[in-house]
Write a protein that binds this ligand. Structure first.
Ligand code: ZN
Length: 308
């Protein structure tokens, strides 16, 4: 009897082990499939609900400094919201005007200040948008996002100015024990067609749009964008990511999709994705805690559903 019980026990233990192994294998397979097919950016999808041409000035805006800076395109109007009614004045109405509701209208390219009677002062930048050979420039900065695209034939490769700046930054980082390298840089229109279509097949365009740029809308096609190191959320936890965020502006780069600005940029936080904008611009963007969209006064939203 004792022997029989032991054998039964052994059988039971064997069964449990076998069952456990099968579960483990299945879980590993599922996890591997998940890693392979679901892009990192998908994990942090957030809905976009930014109101047109509205600058949040209340506690929803995380950086105090960004509440003090407003960019508006020539001929456009943005409204300051979340403030109690104040009397606003512009110190240069030939650049921008402001009405009693906080509507700021850009008149001509330039800078001025608007001040409220309770002492709030905003730096106002009125920007000029130009389209040259199918590319959109705002104050001569090339803009590629969900609103503004590049032509199919725009194929500069990695721009030397961005590459040189990266190499300098890489050297400086290495001296402080940080290993930065290029994970991905220039991507052609055709390559983006493949990537995007592939995601559309798997997820449908509505979900694909949340983590993958439509062809022509990828900033990687501009040749001014680099993904550093591993394109993975885990990068945020590395000392390289901390160094990059702190120092990239010194070399003319910005963290293009900052944390908490998903509703402005249209993309989730990507600590590895940097965009070359030039040192002066990058440092101003960093100082005010802005996104490129906020700095230039532009939107990032697709005009219509994907037509296939
Ligand atoms: Zn990228």
């Amino acid at each position: 009897m004792a022997q029989l019980n032991t054998r039964k026990k052994k059988n039971r233990v064997g069964q449990v082990l076998l069952f456990g192994t099968i579960i483990l294998c299945a879980a590993s397979l599922l996890f591997a499939a998940w890693l392979l097919f679901v892009p990192n950016s998908f994990h942090h999808f957030q809905t976009l609900d930014r109101k047109n041409s509205t600058v949040q000035t209340d506690s929803q805006s995380d950086a105090i400094s960004s509440r003090r800076y407003v960019a508006v395109l020539e001929g456009n109007t943005v409204q300051l919201v979340g403030l109690e009614a104040e009397r606003w004045t512009s110190n240069d109405e030939s650049v921008a005007t402001v009405d009693m509701y906080g509507n700021i209208t850009g008149i001509k390219q330039g800078r001025c200040k608007i001040t409220g009677d309770k002492g709030d002062t905003y730096q106002v930048a009125v920007r000029k948008l130009e389209i040259r050979e199918g590319c959109t420039y705002v104050d001569d900065i090339l803009v590629v996002n969900k609103t503004y695209s590049l032509p199919k034939n725009y194929a500069p490769g990695l721009e030397p100015i961005a590459k040189d700046a990266f190499l300098q930054m890489q050297d400086a980082a290495a001296k402080e024990g940080q290993q930065l390298y290029i994970g991905s840089d220039y991507r052609s229109y055709d390559y983006q067609v493949q990537i995007y279509n592939n995601y559309c097949k798997i997820y449908g365009w509505e979900i694909a749009d949340t983590f993958s740029a439509r062809p022509g809308h990828s900033e990687h096609q501009s040749g001014l964008t680099i993904d550093c190191n591993t394109i993975d959320d885990a990068f945020a936890e590395t000392s390289e990511a901390v160094w990059l965020a702190e120092h990239c502006a010194e070399y003319g780069f910005i963290i293009r999709f900052p944390e908490g600005k998903e509703n402005v940029t249209g993309y989730k936080y990507e600590p590895w994705h940097i965009r070359y904008v030039g040192i002066e611009t990058a440092q101003e963007i960093q100082r005010y805690g802005l996104t490129l969209e906020e700095y230039l006064g532009v939107m990032s939203e697709y005009a219509q559903p994907w037509q296939g």
